[in-house]
Unconditional design. Structure first.
Length: 148
């Protein structure tokens, strides 16, 4: 059976296209459960497994910002482009960024190539402390009942 190559814009905005990524033999891919390969073709034991990762384009990213913030699309696009530019400049300078809730981003290695600079970054996600989790659970009723 042949699949259609025509894609609607609504489906593209909601479900970005998965991008296959090579995984070294003997390692496990760290993909999210919804991006795990389900029907990977088996060509033989000599080929390396392929993990499917979702690639988010800038247009889709701006759509997510609009949905999360409730801002108008032109304003969200301008702010998103400004934030991405500032992030890129800071990482190009080798600065370490501490951006909760994203985490701590530092440049592990930079390689200059003829097509541009390749930055290998390290992202350390910050875990939510146990005390903060308890505060979130009790946030609905922070005070005890008054005794009369």
């Amino acid at each position: 059976m042949r699949k259609s190559t025509k894609k609607s814009t609504a489906a593209k905005a909601v479900h970005p296209e998965p991008v296959p990524e090579e995984v070294a033999p003997g390692t496990t891919p760290e993909a999210a459960p919804e991006t795990a390969p389900e029907a990977a073709p088996e060509t033989g034991p000599e080929t390396a497994p392929v993990a499917v990762r979702v690639q988010v384009k800038k247009k889709d990213f701006v759509e997510r910002v609009v949905l999360r913030s409730g801002a108008k699309k032109p304003a969200a696009r301008d702010l998103t482009e400004a934030v991405l530019a500032v992030l890129g400049e800071a990482l190009a300078k080798g600065e370490t960024l501490v951006l909760p809730p994203l985490g701590k981003i530092s440049v592990a290695r930079a390689v200059g190539k003829s097509g541009g600079e390749i930055l290998h970054v390290k992202l350390r996600r910050m875990a939510l402390p146990e005390d903060a989790k308890k505060d979130e659970d009790s946030a609905t009723d922070p005070l005890a009942d008054a005794e009369e």
